[in-house]
Design a protein around this ligand. Structure first.
Ligand code: BGC
Length: 744
């Protein structure tokens, strides 16, 4: 018989004891599984339920919930939205800590373009084509929000939008899937920083899954009817990019897609997102969208709505109460399996663990940190920089801009001149002090030196009274130069803010006519959250800057551009139509069998007899105070194999007088293809700064992924043949071209 010596025996006991300690669940999946085992069905359903907090409502409010804090204590709530600030979040989290299993709440908030320091609206930021700046703005928003108790932002919105009537164009990155995908990546990485669990990271949410931006007629919440190929080709790529960047959650959308409400779409949520793409996070509904399936006519009642949504892969119910009121009954009736409930709970708990909330549910509610990180000089400077980078110089005849240092008096005219808080734009939070927002008037005042600043409002945004015209005219007559600040009110874009008429509202264009008639040099600033129609102004005002809504530093940023201390370099991320009748209008359309050969060619061509075919301002358009020359295009070879590549190089030179940035754009066209391909598709770009006279060589590499597309069977394929390569300063300003072949 083998004898064990006492030391070995002691070690063995020790080892067993230590192993027992380490046998406790350690990894997040193990912890989640262990917790789920302890949960009752009611507690599980509670995790799938999200209520509106008491901060602000962003949708129709249901008031039947009784005392929310009590519901939280009973374990009936997994997440609260619309709640910010250390104080508020702490009260709710304390209630959760009184529930049986003390599962922390997840606090979600629309932190769309800033938290306290507000950055330009997302569409404006997209115009910067500056991925680093975009990432930085999301990073700052996340750092601030995470210090204010927020765990989760309902951003980025990555919906492709080709219809400027849709009010939510302001919230996305425009019409292009390539640019949109890069921006989606930048935003997700910005929000999530070095990963969930860091104190300066908030969990991101790619929304709205999907095709919400293609609402028929641009009317918010409307149906979407589109081919699956269009869906895959144009609308899904930014979502896939967000997923690849590690986005923690997805939000589905209000619309039906080809007859199925997105919240009930098995195809979108299970087949594509969770199965094909392998998404491991969770899907939240949009506000009340599960219950709205009744209005869609898809289900009879909330019971059926809950059944359809959970089985289709919608994990969390935002505000419709369909889950909390029906899931237990559905499980009893065997219409929803426990496995389905567990899967949804697992996804949500995993994120709570990853955020570190089980270690310390109050870790994002730290009053001292909140004070320290909000509105620092660095973040304010970043907001000013992002705002300058977003301003698009649409037109600059006779070099009216930048304003001359010799101007003795400058007239500021228009309804936007003295606005403060409105500069934050739609989807801004009421955090911080209104005085931190810089109006145009204040910004210009900082730059004018000895020049006299004159002001007249002239007219209102929408009101049609003309009584201020006279004073505006007189003011203009006294000035050397006139700057007019016109546009849409900040809340004329955003959710539920679709417009059928996207002209400059009210009598503003009449006022512009009156002021241009003075013969003074006139610069028109256009504030908006969407492309507007302003044909007369576009044709007659000597200089136009599209300023969107630029956030807290709007006034300083615009003044920087007006006076030339910053040379604008932004480019439109969305096409500007001549008039509403052209909508939808986008640059990456097909050629048709009867393309117009000139802008006014209506001889049995695909054209309008009463309107030119071209847009007013094309995708990618944006001028600079300097001039760039494109030259010396070289292709490393004229044909490539499927797995090979072609290097494309050209010289870009600043031949003007100002240092400036250019966004050089590469477009491709697959000349013959089945199915057909767009006349032009953005496939790469480079933004770079050049000093006067400076020349740099830019190189792009064409690889298979830039040539691939979805065929009729939705396979991602390439087809051999000829490709047209175009390099330019805008989609309608191609400077260099060549062709190459893709071989078998
Ligand atoms: C919007 C979402 C938003 C949610 C919560 C909805 O009405 O469509 O984008 O995240 O409200 O505020």
């Amino acid at each position: 018989m083998t004898r064990i010596n006492p030391i070995t025996a002691a070690c063995l006991v020790c080892f067993i004891a230590i192993s027992a300690t380490y046998a406790q669940p350690k990894s997040i999946p193990q912890k989640v599984d262990a917790l789920i085992k302890k949960m009752t069905l009611a507690e599980k359903i509670g995790q799938l339920n999200q209520y509106n907090g008491d901060w602000a409502a962003t949708g129709p409010v249901t008031t039947d919930v009784g005392n929310k804090l009590d519901a939280i204590k009973r374990g009936e709530v997994g997440s609260i939205l619309n709640i910010v600030g250390v104080q508020h979040t702490r009260v709710f989290q304390e209630a959760a800590m009184k529930s049986r299993l003390k599962i922390p709440l997840l606090f979600g908030q629309d932190v769309i373009h800033g938290y306290s320091v507000t950055f330009p609206i997302p569409l404006a930021e997209a115009a910067s084509w500056d991925l680093d700046a975009i990432k930085k703005s999301a990073r700052i928003a996340a750092t601030e929000a995470a210090a204010g108790g927020v765990h989760w932002t309902f951003a980025p919105m990555v919906d492709i939008a080709r219809d400027p009537r849709w009010g939510r164009v302001m919230e996305g990155a425009g019409e292009d899937p390539y640019l949109g995908s890069l921006i989606a990546t930048a935003r997700v990485k910005g929000f999530q920083g070095n990963g969930l669990g860091n104190l300066d990271a908030v969990m991101a949410c790619a929304k709205h899954f999907t095709a919400y931006g293609a609402a028929i007629g641009g009317r918010d919440y409307n149906s979407v009817d589109m081919s699956l190929r269009t869906l895959w080709e144009f609308y899904l790529p930014p979502f896939k990019a967000a997923l690849d960047a590690g986005v923690g959650t997805f939000m589905n959308s209000f619309n039906d897609l080809n007859g199925t409400p997105a919240s009930a779409s098995h195809y979108l949520q299970r087949d594509i997102l969770k199965n094909k793409w392998g998404f491991k996070g969770f899907v939240v509904s949009d506000w009340g969208s599960i219950g709205e399936m009744i209005n869609h006519g898809y289900v009879k009642n909330n019971y059926e709505a809950a059944e359809a949504a959970i089985n289709a892969g919608n994990d969390m119910d935002m505000e419709s109460r369909s889950y909390i009121n029906n899931l237990a009954k559905l499980v009893a009736a065997k219409k929803v399996s426990i496995a389905t409930i567990d899967e949804a709970v697992k996804r949500i708990l995993t994120k709570k663990y990853e955020l570190g909330l089980f270690d310390d549910p109050y870790r994002f509610s730290d009053a001292e940190r909140e004070k320290r990180v909000l509105n620092t000089p660095e973040t304010i400077a970043a907001a000013r920089d992002a705002a300058r980078k977003s301003i698009v110089l649409l037109k600059n005849n006779n070099k009216v801009l930048p304003l001359s240092k010799n101007d003795k008096s400058i007239a500021l005219i228009g309804p936007m001149v003295k606005l403060k808080k409105e500069n934050k734009g739609f989807w801004a939070l009421d955090v911080g002090d209104e005085n931190q927002v810089v109006s145009l008037y204040e910004g210009v005042q900082q730059h004018t030196g000895n020049a006299k600043l004159l002001y007249a409002q002239g007219c209102d945004v929408t009101d049609t009274t003309r009584t201020g015209f006279n004073e505006a005219y007189k003011t203009a007559m006294q000035a050397d130069v006139v700057v007019m600040a016109m546009g849409e009110r900040f809340d004329m874009t955003g959710e539920a803010k679709s417009r059928s008429n996207i002209h400059l509202p009210g009598v503003q264009e009449e006022l512009i006519k009156a002021i241009v008639a003075t013969g003074k040099p006139v610069v028109v600033l256009l504030y908006a959250g969407r492309p507007m129609v302003f044909d007369w102004t576009a044709d007659h005002a000597p200089a136009i800057l599209y300023t969107w809504w630029l956030g807290n530093q709007a006034g300083n940023a615009i003044a920087d551009v007006l006076f030339g201390s910053y040379n604008p370099g932004a480019k439109l991320p969305i096409t500007f139509p001549r008039t509403e009748g052209q909508i939808p209008i986008y640059y990456n359309h097909y050629n048709t069998g009867r393309p117009a050969h000139a802008d006014n060619d209506v001889n049995y061509t695909s054209a309008y007899i009463d309107l030119l075919n071209s847009p007013k301002f094309a995708f990618g358009h944006g001028l600079s105070y300097t001039t760039f020359k494109y030259d010396n295009l070289k292709l490393s070879k004229k044909s490539m194999l499927k797995n090979g590549n072609i290097r494309v190089s050209f010289d870009l030179q600043n031949i003007g007088d100002y240092a400036g940035e250019e966004v050089a754009q590469l477009y491709l066209r697959d000349v013959v293809s089945q199915p057909v391909r767009p006349v032009k598709e953005l496939k790469d770009f480079k933004k770079l700064m050049l000093q006067p006279g400076e020349k740099k060589t830019i190189t792009f590499t064409i690889t298979k992924d830039k040539l691939a597309f979805y065929n009729d069977k939705l396979d991602w394929i390439t087809q051999p043949g000829e490709f047209n390569l175009m390099i330019g300063s805008a989609s309608d300003d191609i400077r260099l071209q060549n062709n190459f072949n893709l071989d078998n």
